[in-house]
Write a protein that binds this ligand. Structure first.
Ligand code: A3P
Length: 301
């Protein structure tokens, strides 16, 4: 039963009681005490909120639009801090490599603010952090599909919703993550982006992020080329960001796995997939939690 499998696989970490795999115990201290540099660049999110999209934008802006360099897989350019296994390295080796890396270090994380390394939380280091958030129903549906396509789940949406709404999915709770970063909105080194605004007006978000990263403004031509590179269609067919290799590898072991990581890229796509009953359950949950977040009501429901 998916519900029990998921719940059994996790422990709760930190004051926010974040649901993480048991093996996180081994790296909790490593993350907590990791030496941060002020020129580190971090993309943070709750899973399935447009993390990869944001990473690609940030990496290209910070690297002076090096499209050649961007052909290297995003996992190697912009590793996943809290899940080194996805970078094909063991935990110790991963953190050592990151420690020894010269130049700007980029990493992504799904950790809530309360579990970020101590030096970030106490403000003694001020790396640039870009937090991206997305409508929780769309993030839920995207998470569900990732389960089907990357993990071979066979649960239905209703069963997965029970786990999701109970904060028992990996990195749950959705709201504690969103509240944690939104509460820190006063930090000059934190930029909060919304997936829906990126869909609506990518140009403005690119310009805003460019200024946040303290880079020179882009020319019209550069802006156009970058937005085309970041378009859904272009990212879907770009092997450096679409996790094609990872998914194909998993398909070899589990032929029921189907689908792609860059899937549909829609705002309110959940409407095509959730029953009215499930939508109203989510809406109740959103209503209870939306206060004091940076959500625009238009996007949250
Ligand atoms: P969907 O499953 O709804 O399509 P993350 O990187 O945090 O795991 O987020 C994945 C989601 O971002 C997926 O959502 C994916 O399609 C979407 N995404 C990735 N690149 C995108 C792009 N260029 N434009 C729009 N959505 C994109």
């Amino acid at each position: 039963d998916l519900t029990n499998d998921i719940i059994d696989a996790y422990l709760l970490f930190g004051e926010d009681r974040v649901c993480l795999p048991k093996y996180y115990e081994e790296r909790e201290a490593e993350v907590e005490n990791f030496e941060i540099r002020n020129d580190d660049v971090i993309v943070a999110s709750f899973p399935k909120s447009g993390t990869t999209w944001t990473q690609e934008m940030v990496w290209l802006l910070k690297n002076d639009l090096d499209y050649e360099g961007a052909k290297i897989n995003i996992i190697d350019r912009f590793p996943y801090f809290d899940l080194p296994e996805t970078c094909n390295r063991n935990c110790k080796q991963f953190f050592n490599d990151l420690r020894n890396k010269s130049g700007t270090r980029f990493w992504k994380t799904h950790l809530p603010f309360s579990l970020l390394p101590k030096q970030i939380r106490d403000g003694s280091r001020t790396p640039k952090i870009i937090f991206v958030m997305r409508n929780p129903k769309d993030a839920f549906i995207s998470y569900y599909h990732m389960g089907l396509c990357a993990m071979g789940w066979r649960a239905n949406r209703e069963d997965f919703a029970k786990v999701y709404l109970a904060d028992k999915v990996m990195y749950g709770s959705y709201w504690r993550t969103v509240h944690g970063y939104c509460n820190m909105r006063h930090l000059p080194n934190l930029l909060i982006l919304k997936y829906e605004e990126m869909i609506k007006d990518l140009r403005s978000i690119v310009q805003k992020t460019c200024a946040f990263l303290e880079k020179d403004p882009l020319s019209e031509e550069q802006l156009e080329k970058l937005c085309a590179h970041l378009s859904f269609k272009s990212m879907k067919s770009n092997p450096a960001v679409n996790f094609e290799q990872v998914i194909n590898e998993r398909k070899r072991y589990n032929p029921t796995i189907n689908g792609s990581f860059i899937r549909s890229g829609k705002v309110q796509g959940y409407k095509e997939e959730m029953s009215p009953k499930l939508i109203s359950e989510f809406d109740e949950w959103i209503k209870k939690n939306i206060e004091n977040t940076d959500f625009d009501e238009r996007y949250a429901y």
